[in-house]
Design a protein around this ligand. Structure first.
Ligand code: NAD
Length: 508
């Protein structure tokens, strides 16, 4: 095992790099503590890899590509089948590590792993997913067909909030397509990601096909500018995602960049009241609001505004505690810095005139007094110019806006620059149909608060939440991780008629 929890803080593990099939201790002088956000216990040290180590990882991937690209599809599929079996077997063990380093509850950590596992299951179908197309007789005796070929060394850069699911969005599909991969996990919680990488190696991913480097800006920039990397998949904040998209794009790479969000829930007064309130509270405060698809803004339409006291009452019941403790609804946020940013934004809401209905500041959790806790926080009277609306807070803070009509709600959501997810709560099919047609957001839920598609569809955030055409997983990512070659062919019988020389463009 290359990473382990260290409850006594005696010998704190150093997270390794994976280069060419070897678990390597970085030669860097720059290390960061991986910290349990509920206790501040140092769980491990993570290196900021050197430029030479990034080069070595890419070189190993480049070398492995020469053979891996020709590996039969069945072999690649069987490795993915083995990987999914191993992830199932070790899910509970990994969830404990994930919860400790990230803060989310054990149940939510298992959900994080499960949503990634589903992508691995999807990768097991690569045989059909990577099939080309065939058209017979496009001209006399001529056939055209396409080959979906791997593109080479691909890289993935992942955020802290889903240390299992998001790496699993990336490397299994890239590898199953015949590419090799360099993964750069979040430096804030790399341990559970590394446990999944260990399982990939155990499943039979050959040396050099999957490599891991750790670090921050320098390593990311090294990846984005490396001449031998063909594609970069990024998930994280808008500021970094825009930078990655620009830099890697300028260096000739395919890039997909999945970025920040402000996800609205539009509530019509005819919605099922109890189910809607449950959904808003779960999606607003679950995972301490640190999901890219968390509901962060509620738009109450007309009489739905009368539900605000019930919303507040339900949010108040949530139990804030360490993710490791039974019955926890809301765990800590990832770091002290993240907590301070959330507190500053809450203060800005107060200063800018919103009504603070529920104040999650100044919360202490018995037994976890050092934890980065913010309790569920609810603002009403919010307007679209306030920072608590314009900024992605990424904490357990829900802001409520009020409008009179569905048209006004649609206009409000469409005027927001982000386009990751949106939900409509109603019992009206006609309203739902109008909404799904007119709303300019990539992932729409109808009475579903967090409409993240299952892996046989693709993740389709849009507008300010995404750069690049093709999203993670599903069919789109097979396009992203392959290049299409078109073959037009004609075969002659020995007794075929001599066509003679033709110097005109072929009119067929
Ligand atoms: P982040 O942008 O801070 O970090 C993401 C990755 O970029 C990390 O691996 C980090 O090491 C690297 N990085 C950080 N600063 C960098 C810099 N200056 N230059 C180059 N690389 C840098 O994001 P985070 O805080 O880890 O994750 C939270 C963000 O991710 C939120 O904005 C959330 O909405 C977003 N997110 C989006 C999706 C989606 O699918 N749209 C999914 C999950 C998270």
């Amino acid at each position: 095992m290359n990473v382990s929890l260290n409850k006594n803080n005696t010998t704190v593990a150093r997270v390794k790099l994976l280069i060419g099939g070897e678990w390597v201790e970085s030669q860097t002088t720059e290390w960061l503590d991986v910290v349990n956000p509920a206790t501040q216990e140092v769980l491990a040290h993570v290196p900021f890899a050197t430029a030479a180590e990034v080069d070595a990882a890419v070189a190993a991937a480049q070398k492995a590509f020469t053979t891996w690209r020709h590996t039969p599809i069945g072999v690649r599929m069987r490795i993915m089948l083995k990987l999914q079996a191993l992830i199932r077997e070790h899910s509970k063990r990994i969830a404990v590590v994930l919860s400790a380093e990230q803060g989310k509850t054990i149940a939510d950590a298992e959900g994080d792993i499960f949503r990634g596992l589903e992508v691995v299951e999807h990768a097991c179908s690569i045989g059909t997913l990577q099939m080309g197309e065939f058209a017979e007789n496009v001209a006399g005796g001529v056939d055209t067909y396409t080959l979906r070929q791997p593109i080479g060394v691909c890289a993935g850069i992942t955020p802290f909030n889903f240390p299992a699911m998001i790496p699993l969005w990336m490397f299994p599909m890239a590898i199953a397509c015949g590419n090799t991969f360099v993964l750069k996990p979040s430096e804030q919680d790399p341990m559970s990601t590394m446990l999944l990488v260990e399982l990939a190696v155990e499943a039979g991913v050959p040396a050099g096909v999957l490599n891991v480097v750790h670090g921050g800006k320098e390593v990311v920039d090294g990846i984005c500018t490396h001449k031998d990397i063909k594609a970069v998949s990024f998930v994280g904040s808008t500021a970094v995602g825009t930078h990655v998209y620009d830099l890697a794009g300028k260096h000739g790479k395919r890039v997909q960049s999945m970025m920040g969000a402000k996800n609205h829930a539009v509530v019509l007064p005819d919605a099922n009241r109890e189910q809607t309130l449950n959904a808003l509270v779960g999606a607003g405060f679950g995972a301490a609001g640190q999901r890219c698809m968390a509901t962060s803004a509620v738009v109450m339409v007309g009489a739905a505004k009368q539900w605000i006291p019930d919303l507040k009452a339900l949010a108040q019941k949530l139990k804030v505690n360490a993710g490791s403790e039974a019955g926890t609804d809301v765990g800590p946020v990832i770091s002290r810095r993240a907590k301070q940013r959330i507190l500053d934004l809450i203060e800005s809401g107060v200063q800018e005139g919103a009504t603070l209905e529920l104040d999650g500041r100044n919360i202490t959790v018995a037994g976890f007094e050092e934890g980065n806790f913010v309790g569920p926080t609810l603002f009403t009277g919010v307007t679209t110019d306030m920072q608590i609306y314009t900024q992605e807070i990424f904490g357990p803070v829900l802001v409520v806006l009020e409008v009179d009509t569905l048209d006004q709600a649609i206009a409000l959501v469409n005027a927001n620059p982000f386009g990751n997810g949106v939900g409509l709560f109603t019992q009206s099919g006609a309203a739902a149909r109008k909404f799904q047609s007119e709303i300019d957001v990539g992932q729409v839920g109808i009475n579903i608060p967090i409409p993240v598609p299952v892996p046989f569809f693709s993740f389709t955030g849009s507008r300010g939440s995404k750069l690049g055409d093709l999203g993670p997983y599903g069919k789109q990512v097979v396009q992203f991780y392959t290049q299409t070659k078109t073959v037009t062919s004609r075969w002659f019988d020995d007794d075929s008629v001599n066509d003679g020389v033709n110097t005109t463009i072929n009119l067929r």
